[in-house]
Design a protein around this ligand. Structure first.
Ligand code: UFG
Length: 336
């Protein structure tokens, strides 16, 4: 029997792409989302791609009564906890909002899982847990340096919290997936990244600028110690990322320990300027950009050593940066 899976934040960017993959692979899933940072349109997209209306309940993970009603009415084997705020910039401006939301949703969820004996958790973590790593590509054994942003600190704290809860109990199994920079969209262009208001993340800003919705892209800093002076990131296609969640669901029972973390990236560092140029090359579209000051909270350079995910999850990226940018552009064009 396939596992029954709860996806918190299931109408968000990564949640929706993962939902599609799980549905198409025959999993029985329930999505919950409070739509504070997401959009109902992605639910329609999931339905169009899969020909199946996804089971969905609207509510907030910080609301213990809501969680209790979800867990009492449904039986789950596994929870994938996507629900969190994710903007580095906003977290610097609104730290309390980030600590409150990201930590309280985690503790309430763990309490509900414990009360209803649900013992498998896949957690959306981030490469920001490493701070600025000393060794790049970074592997999972790298120490957590001081996070550069409150967003990163919430991911560090959640991972520490999970470690302690796993140690204190006997049943809970956790896989933390440390995402590098997810970009792109489903190849159908029926779901993709749908930021509310002005985007903070690079690729939606690029595509909105190319579509004429924003005047120009600002490259935040060209005085970093990187080959072209702009930050280096590991951009991973969201469909590859979605597939990693399916692997985690399949493999969580056979992990060497009850708490494992995995880097999910391509293993390749690409600069912000390099990405902007690649976008122009791939799409043939004009993109206004200029260099501006650094953005507070940014890490200079980070990219993954994804060897552990290949070995233990049997997963590696398949899609290229070119495909991701073409898919992101196709998604943007049909929005306009
Ligand atoms: N950037 C620009 N101009 C922009 C937007 C971004 O130059 O208009 C630069 C940033 O300064 C940074 C790079 O592009 O150097 C990437 O920035 P993003 O905001 O897209 O993503 P981050 O690297 O800040 O990554 C964070 C977390 C990830 C998370 C990602 C998406 O570290 O874990 O946000 O939420 F996946």
């Amino acid at each position: 029997m396939k596992k029954r899976i709860l996806l918190t934040g299931g109408a968000g960017y990564i949640g929706a792409h993962t939902a599609v993959e799980l549905i198409l692979q025959g999993y029985d899933i329930l999505l919950i989302d409070d739509f504070s940072k997401s959009n109902k349109a992605l639910l329609t997209g999931i339905e169009k791609i899969t020909n199946k209306c996804p089971s969905f309940q609207e509510g907030d993970c910080k609301d213990s009564k809501f969680l209790e009603s979800i867990f009492s009415k449904n039986k789950f084997d596994t929870v994938i906890h996507f629900a969190a705020y994710k903007s580095v910039k906003e977290s610097v401006q609104e730290p309390l909002l980030y600590y409150d939301n990201n930590l309280r949703s985690m503790t309430e969820l763990l309490r509900a899982m414990n009360n209803f004996a649900v013992n498998e958790l896949i957690f959306s973590s981030s490469c920001t847990v490493y701070g600025q790593p000393d060794v790049i590509p970074v592997d999972e054994t790298a120490p957590f340096k001081r996070a550069e942003s409150p967003y990163g600190a919430t991911k560090q704290m959640c991972e520490r919290l999970l470690e302690d809860v796993v140690l204190a109990g006997e049943k809970l199994k956790v896989i933390s997936l440390r995402y590098f920079n997810p970009i792109g969209a489903h190849p159908s262009a029926l779901i993709g990244e749908l930021p509310i208001g002005v985007p903070d993340n690079l690729v939606p800003y690029v595509t909105q600028t190319a579509a004429g919705l924003r005047e120009k892209l600002t490259i935040f800093g060209d005085d970093y110690s990187t080959p072209d002076g702009s930050c280096l990131r590991d951009f991973i296609h969201v469909m590859d990322l979605a597939q990693a969640h399916v692997s985690a669901v399949e493999k969580i029972d056979s992990m060497p320990s009850r708490n494992e973390a995995f880097n999910l990236g391509t293993g390749e560092g690409v600069s912000v300027l390099g990405l902007a140029r690649k976008f122009i090359e791939v799409t043939g579209v004009k993109l206004n950009y200029e260099v501006g000051p650094r953005r507070p909270g940014d890490i200079e350079k980070v990219y993954a050593n994804p060897a552990k995910a290949k070995k233990l999850l049997g997963w590696q990226t398949k899609l290229t940066l070119e495909t991701a940018l073409a898919d992101a552009w196709r998604w943007q064009k049909q929005l306009a």
